[in-house]
Design a protein around this ligand. Structure first.
Ligand code: AMP
Length: 431
């Protein structure tokens, strides 16, 4: 199926062509026709599946085609609520890109910065509002936002909003929306509270489920190095030094850990920046902006800060720590290999993290290939025997497997990927 066959308005088709989208992703193929019919939707899907366009395109189409564009110009007709500032900004950018020929205007509001500019943008008038829950409620309570003309509401990443403690804010926001509206509800997982919330928000709805395994794990080449806790920074430096020109996203489980990694890399003359909840909004946005523009090659992030971050041509994700929640692994590796691209995800696993690795493998229903040797093996083995765990059996069938010198195994793939994505052949040889 093509976008044209979905019957979308010409300016939107043109914008999608400008973006280089040829065919809809599975979630778009399933969700767009439902939404064009005006139905409510429950989408069980995570970022990386093309979810933003799945809801953004039909909203833009409706607003463009309907007379409300002319009658209620610059009144908030569509609201998207999403948990983090980064996601909000990204969704706003998507609406701008897909709607650039429609004349529709969007703005993004989020906390952590002064409200003045956001209030001015609201006063100037917008058709589509993208917001994080806290600031949205705040500005609603101050009387800067009215939903009299609202036709569409999207609740994005509902399970993460629950994790972040936004559930009460969300309920208050929903209570203020006009009952006659089209509602869209997206969540990667469906715990009981989220099912209840979706029932409250949606009328008669249709459901689309895109499994995370299909969305990411199959397309991302994965590998794991066993390494002691103390040698993880050395291994990271070693890998990064071999790929000075590549954009690499490094995941740390804690904010403190992320800061430590940045310091350690600085000692090795590798420039990086951390994004996490303790960093100011400006620092986070600058770091992310530089990373997206390719000015900053290494970004170290915690899960909350990085969820949903979309960076074109991100070839490598490194899990400095393995997450203790297996689904988080799928979210993390989904930063690379988004939509049609493929990518590489390398995890560092110390002895204590072996149980996490087993849980992850159960979830993704595949073994994460064991990467071969690296220069810091001995410590890992010592640590292993200290914890009295049986060493893992070597596996076959491993495309990332390192048969030569340490660190070389994934480089070939990485270069291939990077060159394809960024058409950049200037990196040093891999040896
Ligand atoms: P999302 O899940 O919305 O965060 O989207 C993930 C990535 O897929 C983003 O980089 C989008 O620009 C990209 N994308 C979305 N839809 C398509 C499509 N139909 N074809 C190619 N890329 C797409």
């Amino acid at each position: 199926m093509t976008f044209k066959e979905l019957g979308l308005a010409a300016p939107i088709l043109k914008a999608l062509q400008d973006e280089g989208y040829t065919d809809p992703t599975p979630i778009q193929e399933q969700a767009i026709p439902i939404l064009l019919k005006g139905k409510d939707l429950l989408g069980v899907a995570q970022t990386g599946t093309g979810k933003t366009a799945a809801f953004g395109i039909p909203i833009l189409h409706h607003l463009y085609e309907s007379i409300s564009l002319r009658q209620n110009k610059r009144k908030v007709k569509a609201l998207v609520v999403t948990p983090t500032r980064e996601l909000a900004i990204q969704i706003g950018e998507s609406f701008t890109a897909y709607g650039k020929h429609t004349g529709l205007r969007n703005t993004v509001i989020f906390g952590g910065v002064k409200q003045g500019k956001q209030v001015n943008a609201l006063r100037a008038g917008v058709d589509i509002l993208v917001a994080t829950p806290g600031r949205l409620l705040d500005l609603m309570n101050q009387g800067f936002i009215t939903f009299r003309d609202l036709e569409f509401v999207v609740l994005d990443e509902a399970d993460q909003m629950l994790d972040m403690g936004f559930i009460h804010d969300i309920k208050k926001i929903i209570a203020k929306l006009p009952p006659k509206r089209q509602s869209l509800f997206f969540s990667a997982t469906m715990p009981k509270t989220i099912v209840e919330l979706s029932r409250k928000m949606l009328g008669s709805f249709e459901q689309v489920t895109i499994k995370p395994q299909q969305a990411t794990a199959e397309k991302v080449e994965q590998g794991v190095y066993f390494v002691s806790k103390g040698k993880k920074p050395n291994l990271l430096v070693h890998i990064l030094e071999q790929q000075p020109n590549a954009s690499v996203l490094v995941f740390s489980r804690t904010k403190h850990g992320a800061n430590k990694i940045v310091k350690k890399l600085a000692q090795a003359n590798i420039k990086s920046a951390a994004i996490h909840g303790n960093k100011s909004q400006t620092a986070r946005q600058n770091a992310l902006g530089d990373f997206k523009d390719g000015k900053l090659k290494v970004l170290v992030a915690t899960d909350i800060a990085a969820r949903g971050i979309d960076v074109d041509g991100l070839a490598l994700v490194i899990n400095f720590d393995l997450p203790n929640v297996s689904e988080t692994y799928v979210h993390r590796i989904g930063r690379t290999g988004r939509a049609d691209a493929s990518g590489i995800a390398i995890s560092f696993c110390m002895a204590e993290e072996r149980p996490y690795l087993r849980d992850i493998e159960k979830l993704i229903k595949q073994e994460v290939p064991r990467l071969g040797e690296h220069p810091f093996m001995e410590d890992a083995q010592e640590e292993e025997s200290e914890t009295k765990r049986r060493p893992q059996k070597p596996r076959n069938n491993n495309s990332l497997r390192n048969n030569n010198r340490s660190g070389n195994s994934y480089n070939k793939n990485r270069n291939k990927n990077r060159n394809r994505n960024r058409n950049n052949n200037s990196s040093k040889p891999n040896t």
